[in-house]
Design a protein around this ligand. Sequence first.
Ligand SMILES: Cc1cc2nc3c(=O)[nH]c(=O)nc-3n(C[C@H](O)[C@H](O)[C@H](O)COP(=O)(O)OP(=O)(O)OC[C@H]3O[C@@H](n4cnc5c(N)ncnc54)[C@H](O)[C@@H]3O)c2cc1C
Length: 621
Amino acid sequence: MNASHLSRQSREAAISALKRSRQAGGGPTGSEPTGQASAGTHGRPDGEPLDVLVIGGGVTGAGTALDAASRGLRVGLVEAEDWASGTSSRSSKLLHGGLRYLEMLDFALVHEALTERDVLLTRLAPHLVEPIAFLHPLRRPIWDRFYYGTGIALYDLLATLRRMPRVMPWHRHVSRRELHHAFPEFRGDAAVGAIQYWDARVDDARLVTSLVRTAAAQGSHVASRVQVTGLHTDAAGRVDGAMLVDLESGEHFEVRAKQVISATGVWTEATQAMAAPGGLRVLASKGIHVVVPKERLTGERGLILRTAKSVLFVIPWSRYWIIGTTDTPWTEDLHHPVPTAADIDYVLAEANRVLRTPLTREDVVGSYAGLRPLLLPEVKAGTKSAKVSREHTVASPVPGLVSIAGGKLTTYRVMAKDAVDFALGAEAARRPSRTETLRLVGAELRPSVAERLPAGRTMGLRETARFTRDFVTTHGLEDRFTRHLLRRYGNNIAELAQIVAEIPEAARPLGAASAYLRAEIIYAIRAEGALHLDDLMDRRTRIRFEYPNQGLDAVVEIAAIAAQELGWSAEREREEVAAYRAMVIAYAQAITQPDDAAAAKADAHRGDQSQTRVGSTEPGW
Ligand SMILES: Cc1cc2nc3c(=O)[nH]c(=O)nc-3n(C[C@H](O)[C@H](O)[C@H](O)COP(=O)(O)OP(=O)(O)OC[C@H]3O[C@@H](n4cnc5c(N)ncnc54)[C@H](O)[C@@H]3O)c2cc1C
């Protein structure tokens, strides 16, 4: 079995390994205080506690597991739902420094995020990350050019003053004429010109899956649909393990670990409460996006528009535009944030302020909502120590438990490093983070490529690009698939080709979602950890928001492929389709509601999918 492959079998093997961490010494009960996580090795005998158990399979938890495993620690990573099913699949999908932090004069934060953006783009995941040009329209000819021009020049400068070479093109001033040429839908009277600058986009859910796979390749035991239901403390009050439930089989088990790291985003307070009353204070703030077809707006460059409270992005993807976002408190069910009719109308109205032909609800093919984990400045009483930055915080509410929360997708690697350093204490200096140079799966250089690269070159995508082009030609696919496959799989395209060699009809595009090949569904199940239909529709592909009716037309074909791969019975296949349909209908109702309470109530009619899944138990959280 390829160590980076996430499959049903690898999940079972990981759960068995996690269970074995409990066996020696009779498990958490009565165990002695273990001290800080320390010098681990992957090869240690079973029965020893893990060095680190990471809770939460979003970008922060996946990054933390990778950071810890690549330092040689013995690591477990568990996620209650699917990988990236929380906030980390519902972001604006930008890797950016954040122009708004410049206005807050937080130069260090912008510098850090811009460096992370460029490390991902050039080294860690060049296949997943794509530079995009943004146009910042200007309303007042002199003042705006001076004010925003200075800010964006500083942004560029911060992406230059550092050890690594500058990678993005410089910003430049754009005339009114060029603005209208680049973005013909831009209304003539809405700007006197613009400034063009560069940031990057990434499929957030794919970034997370790639991190989890890389963590697995580094020896982590990783399992989705495993929920932590309690934390175990020893007689001295130190957290030394966790109680878990496998939501696929319903089986309960325990794990021992020297350190438990919570990377549970908006669920941070609930996780901490399993052990102690202290810790970080985290609120949930909802942000929504709408998706409109590419042909509705012409152009390849994005827009960043000022709104009364923040900014609105109009972000180009190959087949559509993603437009958002909003920022409102969310006090309903944390698992299912939904846009309201008012949210969607707000986003459309803000975009329409600069568009010639206003967007209407009929133009919206899809939408999604996510919850920002917003850190409150104070920590709860009794929290021993905390390291606070404006964006993210690491704290230890009780010995043995470390909480990391806040931050953003772009800076996941720094957050992960901070969390593991904190857990290791003094040991961290002898065992430093290695992730700055550790390529994610799909971006590793094959030895044959690495040998031929000139010193200092980091990309190495050329051979993969040639392979992908050949694959597309050989199978008579449209040219657009070259970019699609290259951007999604990097050098793992060779594994997709193996599937097609084994099952020739897998080279066909899906009937009702023709942007994807049937082989991609098979690969998502064999190597990317998809276990259910919604994993495939929502996160391994993005059919749920890319196609009308949340991709319902494609569901039967995809379910049939999944049934074949996962050995579902006919009844199980029907249940999966019915559960997805129920989710789609409830969501479609929810987004017509005027406010959060009504939308959450309508969305609750989706039913609990876990109850329709064979062998599943009520998550009860
Ligand atoms: C609308 C919006 C737009 C954004 N845009 C950007 C952007 O463009 N660029 C950027 O850099 N950042 C962006 N962000 C921020 C970024 O998306 C988040 O900071 C990041 O995804 C948070 O990741 P996380 O891993 O901390 O949390 P999550 O992704 O929510 O992961 C936490 C996970 O913990 C799991 N979990 C919880 N409790 C348990 C338990 N008991 N047992 C097991 N698992 C558990 C949950 O199921 C969940 O999957 C945006 C955020 C929002 C909301």
